[in-house]
Ligand binder design. Structure first.
Ligand code: ASP
Length: 321
């Protein structure tokens, strides 16, 4: 089957100029254990919302939900929520999941017309005996829970889709992906870990395609005894290696988060030689140690703690040539 793909559209006007370090509010408790990590440069604005909750002694769960909602609601971020690039049929379909410190999980996939899939995922976790709802069932559940119907296809995304339709070809551009899925993991002042992951998935994907982001263990995994991990990039490869679960399990066996992320990326590299696609991982241990790795250069992540709020480059396993 001819593999078609995604052309990443960089519509983050002005974000390129954003400082890599944003000021904290100046009232930080220097003894705070709280840390929040999130994928890509859109993580900077998401981390601000999460940090406000952590600094007010809120829970990591509330922080990660509030954080990624910022990205979901911003139409300039064309890979998450409102304004997400549609599938080949022009439909914006969203995937998201959330995990709390008790190892509980909620997830939605192939969800349409809802601005905040992460909050629907949280409702699945808290209000149903299930973990995952998909498609029309998830949408109906969202309306039952009071979520409003929203047309998620913006003019800009529609134009990008129509442009893509002209050739409909696969163009994997490795690091134009710097505005992808938001995965966020956090530890709060009580030492509890939670995580959230939300995306519109690969742009111009086949209708019905679901990536790693809503799959517990692939796009996100949290074990409050050990640590948390989240993923971005080509979801199919993350699913096949159960990337986030693998990282947390390696940490359980004694690896630090950086070594665990490197091993997870290497499992993919070993299968493909020099893959043309990108995958990035973030991990956070119970002790607050950090891991950040990608297959190719260019993956950035936002980190906020009582010390600073910064955008950093993850370690790349392959060089740029
Ligand atoms: N991991 C997401 C997916 O495969 C996309 C991304 O992070 O770029 O749906």
């Amino acid at each position: 089957m001819k593999r078609r793909g995604f052309i990443k559209q960089s519509t983050l006007l002005g974000l390129g100029a954003m400082a890599a370090c944003t000021p904290l509010n100046g009232k930080e408790n220097q003894n705070s254990k709280s840390i929040v990590l999130s994928t890509w440069n859109h993580g900077l604005s998401a981390n601000v919302a999460a940090w406000n909750i952590l600094q007010a002694k809120g829970s990591a769960l509330d922080a990660v939900e509030a954080g990624v909602r910022i990205t979901e609601a911003n139409p300039a971020f064309t890979s998450v929520g409102l304004g997400g690039l549609p599938d080949r049929d022009g439909r914006v379909t969203l995937d998201a999941c959330i995990m709390n410190e008790q190892g509980e999980a909620g997830s939605v996939a192939f969800l349409e017309n809802i601005m905040h899939p992460i909050s629907v995922a949280r409702k699945v976790m808290e209000e149903t005996p299930h973990v995952m709802l998909v498609g029309e069932g998830a949408e109906k559940f969202a309306y039952d829970q009071g979520f409003k119907k929203v047309d998620l296809l913006t003019k800009e995304s529609e134009i990008a889709w129509k442009e893509w339709l002209k050739e409909s070809e696969y163009k994997p551009i490795i690091n134009v992906e710097n505005h992808d899925t938001i995965g966020m993991i956090a530890i709060d002042d009580y030492g509890n870990l939670s995580g959230a992951c939300t995306t519109s998935g690969l742009a111009f994907k086949q209708n019905g395609r679901v990536g790693d982001s809503p799959i517990i263990g692939a796009g996100l995994f949290v074990d409050n005894e050990i640590g948390a991990a989240t993923a971005t990039g080509l979801g199919e490869e993350v699913i096949k290696t159960v990337g986030s679960f693998l990282i947390v399990e390696l940490m359980r066996q004694g690896a630090n988060p950086q070594a665990a992320c490197e091993e997870a990326a290497n499992r993919i590299i070993k299968k493909h030689g020099k893959p043309k696609f990108q995958v990035g991982y973030l991990a956070l241990s119970k002790k607050g140690e950090i891991g950040a790795v990608s297959i190719h250069p260019g993956f950035q992540y936002a980190i906020t703690s009582s010390k600073s709020a910064t955008l950093k480059d993850a370690k790349s396993m392959l060089s740029s040539d």
